[in-house]
Design a protein around this ligand. Structure first.
Ligand SMILES: Cc1cc2nc3c(=O)[nH]c(=O)nc-3n(C[C@H](O)[C@H](O)[C@H](O)COP(=O)(O)OP(=O)(O)OC[C@H]3O[C@@H](n4cnc5c(N)ncnc54)[C@H](O)[C@@H]3O)c2cc1C
Ligand SMILES: NC(=O)c1ccc[n+]([C@@H]2O[C@H](COP(=O)([O-])OP(=O)(O)OC[C@H]3O[C@@H](n4cnc5c(N)ncnc54)[C@H](O)[C@@H]3O)[C@@H](O)[C@H]2O)c1
Length: 477
């Protein structure tokens, strides 16, 4: 006989989004059952940001060894063991795992069911021999790599963003199919760890990123030896040794020999297997691989919310966390959810990093026509950047006519840290004038914010009152 539980909340999926939601719900006093079919922590822990940062940290050391001569330290070729790099990545993941363990969640009072979950009616989920009749449900089932429509791809073995972190061997020529953050971050790491790497993008690389920032980063990746071929149409041929690829760009046709392929393109929400129709949860009419979502991340069944990458791209982990807290507060207190993506930063952890928040220049142009201005500062004028030989960076601010910050984009060393300052400024509706009065410590990259604020203040016309006051001061002895 099946066990029946009747919690306040049932969460399907125990990745970043599901676990944060479970913890937040317990904090708000709700009883919670969480169903996870695989490992708690999901890809976000086992193959997401932390694993990727650990791989990149190893690669950065090898890169620094080869490029230290300008600092007076002789360049040296790194001896790399991919097995040991793999072990380093896995040990980082293992150290983080207790924060996302069954033991910790159980101690917080969350009931964990290890099973695949599916709806059996609008108020019930079945997970193995357990029946969960909850007052509310959250779908946090994450996303999976979409298989690109490439002839011959299904006949050859390939890695995905989920499986590449299991690799323990040197890959002589890794061909990556993708155009986004994951594709380029992993490409640079593997190049620095001794592989030849080619990125093949069906359209432009980094299509949603400000082109000025993207061009700078892509140029640096190309200079490091990562081949990036854009607007490529691709077919794959299985061979007894390695994998053949035919790459067409315009009238040109090239043949590539790959040792391995990584598919790291778009990701699609995990909807299949949930029996959504039994819960009267509709898919989007225009994009059937996505949920139909009302504001506040509610599905067509008002008792069911969707958070994290199941709710669609872009889906960085910090957005998943933000959504989780917002939806839990809506369930616990009935507070309206306001998920404002304009203050959510997006970071490509390439070297140089690209970080953006709010409106890009192109978006401002489309939305606001001429009622904005662009402020730019090069890293070359910043003492910290000069000291660290990181002068090839750029900060771009999009500012409304009255000074309000609308967007910020950075390419360069530490962009991912510096963007936090602008994200806070945008979320608190601060202005460029506010940046001018911010005292940044010296020598730091944050001084760029103060400098840009002062530049805006200098460019802005003085008010009549300011002019009068200045004239009066001039009359004083
Ligand atoms: C290579 C890579 C690098 C990334 N790097 C970053 C980064 O640097 N910074 C950043 O912010 N984000 C990064 N991300 C994105 C980040 O991993 C996601 O935002 C995060 O994983 C989303 O969490 P989630 O809980 O929505 O989904 P997931 O982490 O995918 O979790 C979903 C969980 O649901 C479970 N599940 C699915 N269906 C069912 C079912 N029917 N029943 C029970 N359980 C089910 C799955 O097993 C899984 O554990 C990266 C992603 C990738 C792929
Ligand atoms: N560094 C990271 O945060 C990181 C790294 C890898 C993957 N991811 C996440 O995993 C998923 C797969 O990523 P991927 O790189 O393999 O494929 P992808 O091409 O889908 O990733 C890029 C995603 O970020 C969005 N994006 C990029 N710049 C943006 C901006 N300035 N404003 C708004 N949206 C922007 C794109 O629309 C796209 O959905 C994505 O949803 C991504 O958010 C994040």
């Amino acid at each position: 006989m099946a066990d029946i539980s009747t919690p306040d909340l049932c969460i399907i999926g125990g990745g970043t989004a599901g676990l944060v939601a479970a913890e937040a719900a317990r904090e708000r006093g709700l009883s919670v059952v969480l169903v996870e079919r695989g490992l708690l922590g999901g890809p976000g822990l086992h193959s997401g940001g932390a694993a990727e940062r650990a791989l990149a940290a190893a690669a950065a050391r090898a890169h620094a060894m080869r490029n230290s001569a300008p600092f007076g330290i002789a360049d040296a070729e790194a001896k790399i063991s991919m097995r040991q790099v793999h072990d380093h990545v896995q040990s980082v993941v293992a150290k983080l795992a207790p924060q996302m363990s069954v033991e910790r969640m159980t101690a917080l009072g969350v009931e964990i069911i290890a099973s695949e979950a599916a709806f059996s009616d609008p108020k019930t989920v079945r997970a193995g021999d357990q029946i969960i009749r909850a007052k509310n449900f959250i779908i946090a089932t994450g996303s999976t790599t979409r298989m690109p429509d490439v002839d011959g791809l299904s006949d050859v073995p390939f890695f995905t963003a989920e499986t590449i972190f299991e690799n323990t061997r040197k890959l002589s020529h890794l061909v990556i199919l993708g155009h986004g953050y994951a594709a380029l971050e992993i490409a640079q790491s593997y190049k620095r760890l001794g592989s030849d790497v080619t990125v093949l993008s069906e359209g432009p690389a980094l299509p949603d990123t400000d082109t000025e920032l993207a061009d700078l980063a892509l140029r640096r990746l190309r200079e490091e030896g990562v081949a990036i071929i854009e607007q490529a149409s691709i077919s794959v041929q299985s061979r007894s040794q390695g994998i053949g690829l035919t790459v067409k760009t315009g009238d040109r046709e090239d043949r590539l020999d790959a040792s391995h392929i990584l598919v790291a393109g778009e990701r699609l929400p995990n909807l299949d297997g949930l029996a959504l129709e039994k819960a009267r949860i509709r898919r989007s009419k225009t994009a059937p691989s996505q949920f139909e979502l009302a504001p506040g991340l509610r599905t067509s069944n008002a008792k069911v919310h969707v958070i994290g990458s199941a709710a669609g791209a872009p889906s960085p982990g910090h957005l998943a966390e933000h959504q989780a807290w917002q939806v839990i507060d809506a369930i616990a207190f009935g507070t309206p959810t306001s998920i404002d993506k304009t203050s959510v930063p997006f970071i490509a952890f390439t070297d140089p990093q690209i970080a953006e928040v709010g409106l890009t220049e192109a978006a401002a142009k489309a939305l606001r026509k001429a009622r904005y201005s662009i402020l730019r500062a090069n890293f070359a004028e910043n003492h910290r950047a000069r000291a660290e030989r990181q002068q090839h960076g750029l900060v771009k601010l999009v500012v409304a006519a009255d000074g309000r910050l609308l967007g910020a984009g950075i390419v360069g060393e530490g962009a991912g840290e510096l963007i936090a300052l602008f994200a806070l400024a945008i979320s608190k509706r601060l202005s460029a004038q506010d940046l001018a009065s911010f005292v940044a410590p010296y020598p730091t990259y944050a001084e760029i914010a103060t400098r840009l604020g002062r530049e805006f203040r200098g460019n802005a016309k003085s008010t009549a009152w300011q002019k009068q006051r200045a004239a009066f001061k001039r009359l004083l002895p």
